[in-house]
Design a binder for this molecule. Structure first.
Ligand code: SAH
Ligand code: SF4
Length: 384
């Protein structure tokens, strides 16, 4: 059985800790850096600044990401001098979840409290054959303001740093292996492109996590220039939240469409360099009376012409305050059958973890309503 990957997260963290020196005669204060904020290349450059060889970066990546060690003292194949040097200038952040909720279907949602009191959600989704997909967030909130999306209604609070993206994976892996990652949690990954690319480079590094490029999917609402830049900078599977087949409807649902209308978006999809044997996933939320007609299905087939595509049909996940409704089951089926009959791979995705509000932004919304996790309630920062 196929499983849906729809999740949102909320994060906060400020990981560069200032280390104050005590007297004026001392050299200027040194800020300790979180090594998880460095891409593998940046780690090499950092070590070379300490007069250390390139291969030391590989050793550090192995300790931090492959073995999950965050205390320099335990990194026994590094010299004592290097370990002391590192401890003086750097640290390795380490998260534990503040809240973990497990759904009856096995979906598990983690909520992490970050240094500035914000929170971030990560969702662990059991898949077929005992595999696990992790849905990670890339921003706290989101600036894109899609009309159907709870996260969009929060607005953007801030970008996540690379460490805050990869720490979601590090923390979730303490609960068991993770085979696939989807950047489909809270936020628009391409609105935080530099940090997302660094996080991808860390996730791909062979000495560290060693994820293959086909194991990670990034989902975007369609920021066209950033899609093209992403393709130039790194290989990653792409998912595009399409959700409409005319500019008029997409303009209403997704304000980003007014800047990059369907024609430009589809051209960017055609130009996107996919990993070998890859396809672009088009996410299509079916909303009653808005985009669920057979006319829409027909237009969708035309839009996808010539693109290596698969379509995820996601019945709208209703949430409080939303004017939109889930379509009739018959409309969903008819839409799917129309695509299948035209040889388009169309998978119906049912939302997992309904009982723990595992869909986009819903846990955050629910918990804040319940006053459980408001920042003013003496936050416990994610453990370092
Ligand atoms: N910002 C990115 C990634 C996060 S959103 C993007 O938009 O692609 C992840 C997915 O959740 C998107 O495909 C979005 O369309 C979907 N989504 C948001 N709100 C939803 C809802 N209420 N019901 C079903 N899917 C929703
Ligand atoms: Fe942001 Fe994606 Fe939600 Fe749109 S659907 S508001 S881009 S998180």
């Amino acid at each position: 059985m196929r499983r849906t990957v729809v999740c949102f997260i909320r994060i906060t963290a400020a990981n560069l800790v200032g280390q104050k020196l005590l007297t004026n005669s001392c050299p200027p204060p040194i800020s300790r850096v979180d090594l998880k904020d460095y891409s593998p290349d940046e780690l090499v450059a950092f070590l070379s600044g300490l007069g250390k060889e390139r291969f030391r970066a590989g050793q550090l990546l192995r300790w931090i990401y492959a073995r999950g060690v965050t205390n320099f003292a335990e990194m026994t194949d590094l010299s004592r001098e290097l370990r002391e040097d590192l401890a003086a200038r750097a640290f390795v952040s380490d998260w534990s979840a503040e809240v973990v909720e497990t759904s009856t279907d096995g979906t598990r949602k983690y909520l992490f409290r970050l240094d500035d009191g914000q929170t971030v959600e990560t969702v662990r989704i059991p898949m077929e054959a005992g595999r696990t997909t992790l849905c990670v967030s890339t921003q706290v909130g989101c600036a894109m303001g899609c009309a159907f999306c709870l996260t969009g209604s929060f607005g953007l609070v801030r970008n996540l740093r690379p460490s805050e993206i990869v720490n979601q994976v590090c923390a979730a892996r303490k609960d068991g292996p993770v085979q696939n990652i989807v950047m489909m949690g809270m936020g628009e990954p391409l609105h935080n492109l530099d940090n997302v690319v660094k996080a991808l480079e860390i996730l791909y590094s062979t000495e560290g996590f060693d994820f293959g490029t086909r194991k990670i999917t990034l989902s975007t609402s369609g920021l066209v220039p950033e899609m093209l830049e992403l393709g130039r900078r790194v290989r990653v599977n792409l998912a595009v939240s399409l959700n409409a087949t005319t500019d008029a409807v997409r303009d209403e649902l997704m304000p980003i469409n007014r800047r990059y209308p369907l024609k430009e978006l589809m051209a960017a999809c055609r130009a996107y360099p996919l990993p070998p044997r890859g396809r672009i996933t088009f996410e299509y939320i079916l909303i009653r009376g808005v985009n669920d007609s057979l006319e829409d299905a027909k237009r969708l087939v035309k839009l996808l012409h010539g693109i290596k595509a698969k379509v995820n049909l996601i019945p709208f996940n209703e949430h409080e305050g939303s004017v939109y409704r889930i379509p009739e089951r018959s409309a969903i089926e008819a839409f799917q059958v129309y695509l299948l009959n035209r040889d388009i791979v169309a998978v119906r995705r049912s939302s997992k973890g309904q009982d723990i509000s595992a869909a986009c932004g819903q846990l955050k919304g629910r918990l804040e309503r319940e006053q459980k996790l408001l920042p003013e309630l003496s936050p416990t920062p994610a453990k370092r």
